[in-house]
Ligand binder design. Structure first.
Ligand SMILES: [Zn+2]
Length: 66
């Protein structure tokens, strides 16, 4: 009797991993910049807004814990 060769193949489906996106900073929404209110004068009159450096992510735009 011939020995039956059983090549066992485990059906391993390799699903492509989804691209890992870094969490975006909630403060600047990933842009690294936030709108900063510009005030001038002794009464600190609001004269408008300016793009400012995001201090939550230090301008990187991603919410890294470190
Ligand atoms: Zn930020």
């Amino acid at each position: 009797m011939a020995a039956e060769r059983t090549t066992r193949r485990t059906a391993t489906k390799t699903t492509p991993a989804p691209p890992v996106e870094p969490d975006k900073c909630a403060t600047c929404k990933g842009s690294g910049l936030v709108a900063v209110t510009v005030r001038v004068g002794r009464r600190h009159r609001n004269v408008g807004q300016q793009e400012g450096f995001c201090l939550a992510c230090f301008g990187s735009g991603d919410a890294s814990s470190d």
